[in-house]
Write a protein that binds this ligand. Structure first.
Ligand SMILES: Nc1nc(=O)c2c([nH]1)NC[C@@H]1CN(c3ccc(C(=O)N[C@@H](CCC(=O)O)C(=O)O)cc3)C=[N+]21
Length: 284
């Protein structure tokens, strides 16, 4: 068996073309979605992600602004900027690129963003709504994964999903979204005793651990769907996932690549959330 490869970049392109039309229609109605991205410091990976977000916004005709501040920016300065963006009626979505420098309390910053502008879906109010299956901004990476599964008609209800990793931005929320879709969900993490046996039971495996090529075919049940969220830069500069792609593709029925898999979908869902924020703001 060779897995069907789910190219997130192709799905993302299709979705972005639709959003481009949607923006034209919204602008006719006087709704002009705007995303503001705040980048503190000059971490090279963060810079490259942020430029990906700007390019995608430009592509669909969405207004976007990048506010770049030095690594020495104080917590108080950042909170005051967020306050200003919260008040600015032109700004629909606020994204503060993570990670932040160590002297800034990330949680405090996340909680300072007005929930109606929290297009990352990281604010506790929005996480609570997600937990209780209410309409909200879903965190972009889990939302992108769910969208990929749905566009490929992959059954979720009644299936066993194993999530490897429990970060607040990927592992925990993707497990919750799959539970909302009626999957049976198991979380594995660094303290899990019998990880391989658990992963071998999975119909859907979400891998978000941050260790290059850690999951090979010996973990995977024949015919499973494997979603690779890892982004590891090897010494030779190439990007690779947490999944050993060549090994797993002989065992899985669906598999996402890295790059061109989950990453482009993450950015697309950010645009989608920003459009949603603008529509919500216009109704107020
Ligand atoms: N507040 C906040 N929100 C985020 O959503 C957020 C963040 N902080 N901090 C960092 C992570 C990471 N992230 C990625 C988005 C797109 C790609 C992406 O498009 N990757 C391309 C390759 C990019 C490359 O070549 O470097 C791909 O997988 O094909 C990757 C990573 C968003 N994040």
């Amino acid at each position: 068996m060779t897995a069907t490869i789910i190219y997130g970049n192709q799905l993302a392109e299709t979705l972005r073309v639709k959003m481009k039309e949607e923006i034209v229609n919204l602008k006719r109605k006087g709704i002009d979605p705007k995303l503001t991205v705040v980048l503190i410091g000059d971490h090279p990976a963060s810079k490259s992600y942020v430029s990906g977000k700007q390019k995608a916004a430009d592509y669909i005709g969405m207004d976007s602004e990048l506010i770049q501040l030095p690594a020495e920016t104080t917590e108080a300065e950042l909170l005051s900027l967020i306050d200003q963006l919260n008040q600015d009626t032109v700004v629909d979505g606020i994204l503060v690129q993570l990670p932040l420098p160590a002297h800034i309390d990330e949680q405090l910053v996340i909680e300072a963003i007005r929930p109606s502008k929290d297009v990352d879906g990281f604010h506790p109010i929005n996480i609570g709504k997600m937990m209780t299956n209410q309409d909200t901004f879903l965190p972009c990476t889990p939302y992108g994964i769910l969208t990929m599964l749905k566009l490929y008609d992959i059954d979720i209800a009644g299936k066993h999903a194993v999530v490897i990793g429990r970060s607040n931005i990927v592992g925990k929320p993707i497990g919750q979204l799959l539970l909302n879709e009626n999957a049976t969900v198991t979380y594995c993490h660094s303290k899990t005793a019998n990880m391989k046996e658990l992963v071998q039971l999975a119909d859907i495996v979400i891998v978000a651990v941050g260790r290059a090529r850690m999951i090979d075919r010996s973990y995977i049940k024949k015919g499973a769907t494997v979603i690779d969220v890892g982004i590891n830069r090897l010494d030779d500069g190439t990007l690779t996932g947490d999944v050993d792609f060549d090994s797993v593709k002989e065992q899985a029925s669906y598999l996402t690549p890295v790059p061109k898999g989950v990453g482009p979908m993450t950015i697309t869902m950010l645009l989608k959330n920003t459009i949603k924020a603008a529509i919500n703001h216009a109704q107020k």
